[in-house]
Ligand binder design. Structure first.
Ligand code: XBP
Ligand code: MG
Length: 262
């Protein structure tokens, strides 16, 4: 039975990366005198590294103009990341970013159908708070059974820890949930512990193949396809159908594996 929908944030709830985090990173890099900027393409490649701080460290390792000692790089990354988050939350609070199509509708429909909502993200709590307060209003937290952010988990996606914690807090099994994701790291994190990942294609991962997803769509208001099924858009009926298909497929795969090894 489908009991919860667990949401990724960046790229899934809103297109926060290209025109949000990236722009704020560039302003912070300039203010801190780093001496370089991230263009749209460069930032897209760097998104393979989860976590803004980790992304800065990774990028500096290959940059001739970056500080030479590890200590200097870490202190620059900390300063840039902290300032970036301040600039990003200001940008979000000013209403520059909006929810992707279908996000608020699907959240409302889930509430009406008794399907819990949760958040599992590698971004920081203050970024999540700024975005959801502007999208859903000041009491947005009341709508979620679990909110798991970067501060809650020692390792970031593709590690499944944020999803594991979300399930624990919801008090449900992986087979009772679907994840909504946009990235290969997110897909890997959810599916590593058996949660079916529904992919909504985002700007940066529009050409990604995502062969192992439970279902895929351009956005939640558009056609949704899964193995042996399709629907005009994501709604309670299609979410339940694709979830059922995902669970049956996994059960079949497990049975086949144990039959082969017997
Ligand atoms: C999001 C991230 C984050 C954001 C920036 O991944 O990887 O690093 O890009 O936020 P996902 P921070 O959507 O898979 O959760 O700077 O707070 O890390
Ligand atoms: Mg994402």
């Amino acid at each position: 039975m489908l009991r919860a929908l667990i949401w990724d944030v960046d790229g899934t709830v809103a297109e926060t990366e290209r025109d949000g985090h990236r722009v704020a990173f560039n302003q912070a890099l300039e203010e801190q005198g780093a001496g370089w900027q991230w263009d749209v393409e460069t930032y897209g490649a760097l998104l393979r590294v989860a976590g803004g701080y980790e992304r800065l460290i990774y990028d500096m390792e290959g940059r001739a103009t970056a500080p030479t000692s590890a200590g200097q790089r870490e202190s620059l990354a900390r300063a840039v990341h902290d300032r970036k988050n301040t600039l990003y939350t200001e940008m979000v609070a000013s209403g520059k970013l909006s929810a992707r199509p279908g996000v608020e509708r699907v959240m409302d429909e889930c509430a009406g159908a008794g399907i819990a909502l949760a958040i599992a993200t590698t971004t920081g709590r203050r970024n999540v708070e700024a975005l959801f307060a502007i999208l859903l209003g000041p009491r947005w937290q009341d709508r979620f059974g679990a909110i798991v952010c970067a501060e809650d988990a020692a390792s970031k996606k593709p590690d499944p820890l944020v999803y594991r914690l979300a399930l624990e807090r919801l008090g449900i099994d992986a087979s009772n949930a679907l994840a909504i994701e946009d990235s290969p790291n997110g897909l890997a994190a959810a599916s590593a512990i058996g949660i079916g990942p529904l992919i909504t294609r985002s700007q940066y991962f529009s050409a990604e193949p995502f062969p192992a997803c439970a279902a895929i769509c351009d956005d939640l208001d558009n056609a949704l396809t899964w193995r042996h099924g399709r629907a005009a858009r994501a709604d309670i009926e299609s979410l339940r159908s694709l979830h059922q298909a995902w669970v049956s497929e996994r059960t079949r795969a497990t049975t086949d594996r144990s039959t082969r090894s017997a």
